[in-house]
Ligand binder design. Structure first.
Ligand SMILES: [Cu+2]
Length: 152
């Protein structure tokens, strides 16, 4: 009876060692896979989700010869993951200046023609955050220059 108990203890020890090796190997493989990809550090922040926007413009001539136009953010929708650093790069193409806010994230700035405005932040909660040009916010003022940041 006591012999069986001793064998069982040895087996338990052996299984414990095997289990520990398996767990450590699994943890090591998991750690290898979750290590962030290496991104060269330079102009852009390492490991950030880089999202790009430009300021654009629709122009046309109406039937009575009048020029009609509307400023836009392009693309109109950008998508980010919550809890991860975002680097939002907005380049000014059309229009001299676009003062903007991102509702719900307490972010504001200005986009100038020929320049790129860079904003870095980490969205904490999923949601849809409007990016609004304060000069061209609706059709009456030459917009709607509104984009949407979708955080998932
Ligand atoms: Cu604008």
């Amino acid at each position: 009876m006591s012999k069986i108990v001793i064998l069982s203890r040895k087996k338990i020890q052996m299984y414990s060692v095997i289990a520990a090796v398996v767990i450590l190997a699994g943890a090591y493989i998991g750690w290898q896979q979750t290590k962030p990809a290496t991104v060269p550090v330079g102009d852009q922040q390492a490991n950030a989700q880089v999202l790009q926007l430009v300021t654009g413009e629709f122009t046309a001539t109406s039937d009575n010869g009048k020029k009609i136009e509307s400023y836009v953010f392009y693309p109109g929708t950008i998508i980010a993951k919550k809890g991860e650093l975002v680097e939002l790069r907005i380049s000014g193409v059309n229009g001299q200046s676009h003062p903007f806010v991102i509702e719900g994230l307490n972010i504001s700035g200005n986009i100038n023609k020929g320049k790129t405005t860079v904003v870095r932040f980490t969205p904490k909660e999923a949601g849809i955050y409007p990016i609004i040009c304060q000069t061209h916010s609706d059709t009456k003022t030459g917009g709607p220059m509104v984009g949407y940041l979708v955080v998932q």
